[in-house]
Design a protein around this ligand. Structure first.
Ligand code: IMP
Length: 176
């Protein structure tokens, strides 16, 4: 499959994704059975994963889609990431962030810190994919679908320059 200038080949089939999601949901259903978690899927990338995962979640829960906005700040990196779209009170909530992919883990770390700062009782993460850089730095998520090498992937919500989100399978860039 060609998207703009890059070639991609199938890496994870829809069938495997479906099975993995069922397993992730089974763990969440068991571990949060006495709680009413607030799921926060991070747009845009996690929309498909969140939709399929939440259909398998059978415990009472709330769902609120959020976005990470980055703007130029005055900290050392020059970038500040903040959550937008959050209308719920976070005080005393058990939060489960739904993320498509953890690469360096920087985005996630900032979100987790922000949620704790806003009074969350607990903050955990379910990520469909985790890449090698996050794994090597031991940047964790309580629930992880698939471990990847340091490779660029797309599909099932993930994009390349805005394209390619609308596939059932996940593809990886071929080395040319
Ligand atoms: P991090 O802060 O480096 O962990 O970046 C995480 C975000 O970068 C994800 O939520 C994705 O939106 C994006 N991203 C990272 N790797 C990929 C990839 O291989 N394909 C598409 N998007 C990616």
């Amino acid at each position: 499959m060609k998207i703009k200038d890059l070639e991609f080949k199938k890496l994870i089939t829809a069938d495997k994704i479906e099975k993995k999601i069922k397993a992730l949901a089974t763990s969440i259903n068991a571990e949060y059975k006495d709680k009413t978690p607030l799921f926060l899927p991070i747009l845009n990338g996690s929309f498909m994963f969140a939709s399929d995962l939440l259909k398998e979640v059978t415990i009472p829960c709330r769902i609120s889609f959020v976005k990470v906005a980055s703007y130029s700040g005055t900290n050392s990196t020059g970038q500040v990431n903040t959550l937008i779209g959050l209308e719920e009170s976070l005080f005393n909530q058990d939060i489960i962030i739904i993320e498509d992919i953890i690469d360096t883990g920087l985005t996630l770390q900032k979100i987790v810190d922000e949620l704790h700062g806003r009074g969350a009782k607990s903050v955990e993460v379910v990520a469909l994919l985790r890449k090698a850089p996050a794994r090597e730095k031991n940047i964790g998520a309580k629930y992880i679908g698939f471990e990847l090498e340091d490779e660029f992937v797309l599909g099932y919500g993930l994009d390349y320059d805005g394209l390619g989100r609308n596939t059932k399978d996940i593809y990886k860039q071929t080395v040319s």
